[in-house]
Ligand binder design. Sequence first.
Ligand SMILES: Cc1cc2nc3c(=O)[nH]c(=O)nc-3n(C[C@H](O)[C@H](O)[C@H](O)COP(=O)(O)OP(=O)(O)OC[C@H]3O[C@@H](n4cnc5c(N)ncnc54)[C@H](O)[C@@H]3O)c2cc1C
Length: 430
Amino acid sequence: MNIPKLSCPRIVIIGGGFGGLSLAQKLSKKDVQVVLIDKNNYHTFQPLLYQVSTGGLEPDSIAYPIRKVLKDYSNFYFRLADVQEILPEEKSILTTIGDLNYDYLVIATGSETNFFGNKEIEKNAMAMKSIPQSLNLRSLILENFEQALLTDEMHERDALMNFVIVGGGPTGVELAGALAEIKKGVLPKDYPDLDTRRAQINLVQSGDCILPGMSKKASEKAEEFLEKLGVEIWTNIRVTSYDGKVVTTKTDLTFNSATVVWAAGVMGATIKGIDAEELLVRGNRIRVNEFNQIPNYPDIFAIGDVACIENKDTPRGHPMMAQPAIQQGKNLGENLARLLDGKALKPFAYKDKGSMATIGRNKAVADTKNFKFQGVFAWFVWMFVHLFFLIGFRNRAIVFVNWVYNYIRFDREARLIIRPYNRDYSQFKD
Ligand SMILES: Cc1cc2nc3c(=O)[nH]c(=O)nc-3n(C[C@H](O)[C@H](O)[C@H](O)COP(=O)(O)OP(=O)(O)OC[C@H]3O[C@@H](n4cnc5c(N)ncnc54)[C@H](O)[C@@H]3O)c2cc1C
């Protein structure tokens, strides 16, 4: 990997997401060598992926070069590689570009889509966990409408304009809201020769309410907002399969659909070597102590989505959200410095800053510790928070300008098929 061996300890961080970057920033002034490895050369701001999928933002505005984050730090090295295995006994990792030894290792690999072992859904449904996946979804949505223009068969047309989003958490809700706004504001202008009123957006949730992680008020208000936008919400319905054409559920309900988005779950993105069953908890997350240290491996830590601090306050770990990852990264940065100074470690204490979801223009819901609010104010707060946490002035400026433009013009100009998805449409012909 061409990384010099220095006299100071080497800390290897796998993953330049929210957790990995906040840790790297915290270590910037310490006397250590930091090697950050990521399979992408950019950080992805996942909370805005749905806006890329729906043409509201260009992908570049929610991605940020990892090298640029690290450019002013000395003793920092970035390598673009996929880490494939950890060898704890040898204190080394195997990657697609070679192996590397570490003194301390931090796993900050985040999470991946959880299809709960259903291979058919995995093969045919769309996931939205990365920029390439969001671009695939954007292309597919637009290609479906182009295809719908080419057929006189009502049945086929309807299936092409029928969107099924599985999972009523924030991702599903935000995507459903954005699609409903496109249906209302963009499609009639783009496709005057297509009856786009027939387009359907279905949000399917296995539980009895949407946004189950938020307050009852937020859930009810989100439901009301979505229904006003014309989204069909199906609760207590568990999707069982999707063959690329028909979505089946545990009930008699089925959907004919060319686009199914799977937003029903994520699981920890573990790496071979630290993936034995006894090291993991529910959701494929690595069990760590309150210092984010893996039991029996004092020099290996895990933070963010992939890590689970199981204790009486958080029996199922912290929420798989950006804030726990950021805060764990910062705490671990301090703890690694303490460890090197021979000082006692500080347990992680999560400061819950609340959660939010946006449904559409002027429509959002927010739960904070002291206040729960919905509507226009929540929407402004949502925008401010997302702009604040985006990395890079350029990205913030571009996103802000895009949002103002979209707001004034009721538009989404990034509705471009740059990289066609090329779905096989033959199955809709019969
Ligand atoms: C669509 C969507 C919307 C979301 N909305 C919100 C929201 O509104 N608010 C909120 O708080 N959270 C939201 N989240 C969740 C939030 O993005 C995650 O909780 C957060 O990104 C976790 O941070 P992390 O550092 O653990 O992992 P990530 O940010 O996912 O970073 C993991 C990094 O590890 C890299 N990596 C993984 N495996 C390897 C490997 N083997 N080798 C090398 N590199 C590897 C990846 O490329 C990635 O850069 C959303 C997530 C999604 C998918």
